[in-house]
Design a protein around this ligand. Structure first.
Ligand code: NAD
Length: 357
């Protein structure tokens, strides 16, 4: 099969880590007889420098014509003083909107060999963990009506959490499809003991799953309890679905539990199969251009693209195995380094994973 991938390298370590992911995808293409074509487009600071805007029209067109999109990271010291609307990060919001992406999937995986990186007690994480948080991305309180004013008590401000059945159903579909490929267990996080919007969320997720994915077992967890459970017993979770704000907070908490942001990938999906796949970390300007970055998050983002956009589950598993073998062989980048272990730079780590495919 032939696949056209748009690559948005971005700024800082973006080009290095994308090059690493491309090297691994080429190895997968060779082994499984697929043709991956890569077209590079500008986004973020490099686009501001070249075209005066963080998301040029050619980038949007290129992404919409592609089968899927791989993104490095954007931003850096050089553009820090620009006003909000002109900043590199504006390109990220713009491309998500242009591609109609309304879900964000973030697997917080702690690889067994990296258990020492976790801030949690060894016995809680010794067998590894993988919590996949499916976050609604374009609704809820971040996009609801808001306002501010003054009354007899002084200044006040308000924001609104609003969800429609349609918005909840479409994120439930993405979570159920993922759970169906994995443990067939789905945790839905809400605050239904207090919020009306959460009661609708809870009812809709159950009704949707029961009608469309009867094999999937749905369990509800209140958001405050979820925040505790992630640090108390993280291994109990597989796929978790939640609203925009709860997902924002919980996915950062889950990422911290793994202790290594250089290993974590994420994807954003909408109605079709085309998605945006990226590492969760930023452009790391402090180590850019020094061949120090960990490319694994971006390599795993590319793996998610193969599975979730192209339906290539075997190829996804091959990349996971290659990463595991590289770790098992004792190779680490500086960010996950331990004493007595072999140190690799970004290019070497990428090459080792590609060779292990
Ligand atoms: P960051 O994630 O770039 O870096 C935080 C720390 O983690 C740094 O010390 C960095 O060296 C390290 N780090 C990050 N990725 C690494 C990797 N793959 N390998 C090894 N070490 C790694 O966050 P920040 O410093 O807060 O932000 C830097 C820039 O990135 C800012 O301009 C910010 O706006 C931008 N940013 C972009 C995205 C994105 O493109 N999606 C996300 C977050 C931040």
């Amino acid at each position: 099969m032939k696949y056209n991938i748009a690559v948005l390298d971005g700024d800082g370590i973006g080009p290095e880590i994308c090059a690493g992911a491309i090297e691994v995808l080429k190895a997968v293409g060779k082994k499984f007889s697929h043709e991956f074509n890569f077209s590079h487009y500008l986004i973020g600071g490099c686009a501001i420098d070249a075209c005066g805007e963080p998301l040029p029209a050619t980038t949007i067109e290129g992404c919409l014509e592609s089968d899927s999109v791989l993104l490095g990271a954007v931003g850096g010291y050089k553009w820090d003083s620009l006003p909000g609307d002109a900043r590199p990060e504006k390109g990220l919001l713009g491309i998500r909107k242009a591609m109609g992406l309304y879900s964000n999937i973030r697997p917080a995986k702690l690889w067994p060999g990296l258990a020492k990186a976790s801030p949690l007690k060894h016995e809680l994480v010794k067998d590894g963990i993988e919590i996949i948080i499916v976050r609604e991305l374009t609704g809820g309180i971040y996009f609801g009506e808001r306002g501010k004013g003054k009354d007899a008590d002084g200044e006040f401000a308000w924001d609104t959490e609003k969800y429609s059945v349609k918005e909840i159903e479409r994120i439930a579909r993405i979570a159920c499809e993922l759970a169906a490929k994995r443990s067939k267990k789905l945790v839905s996080v809400d605050k239904a003991n207090v919020l009306e919007s959460s009661r609708l969320w809870r009812r809709t997720v159950h009704e949707y799953a029961a009608s469309n994915f009867p094999d999937i077992e749905v369990r509800d967890v209140l958001v405050d309890n979820m925040a505790m459970q992630i640090v108390k017993d993280p291994a109990q979770f597989d796929v978790v679905v939640t609203s925009n704000m709860f997902g924002d907070i919980l996915s950062d908490e889950a990422a911290q539990v793994t202790g290594s942001i250089g290993m974590l990938a994420s994807s954003s999906l909408g109605d079709g199969t085309r998605g945006l796949y990226e590492p969760i970390h930023g452009s790391a300007p402090d180590i850019a251009g020094k061949d120090l970055a960990n490319p694994v998050a971006t390599i795993l983002a590319a793996a998610m693209m193969l599975r979730d956009s192209f339906g290539l589950s075997e190829e996804y598993a091959a990349i996971e195995r290659a990463v595991q073998k590289t770790l098992d062989d004792g190779w680490r980048t500086a960010d996950i380094m331990e004493e007595g272990i072999k140190k690799a730079g970004c290019s070497k780590m990428s090459r080792l994973v590609a060779e292990n495919i």
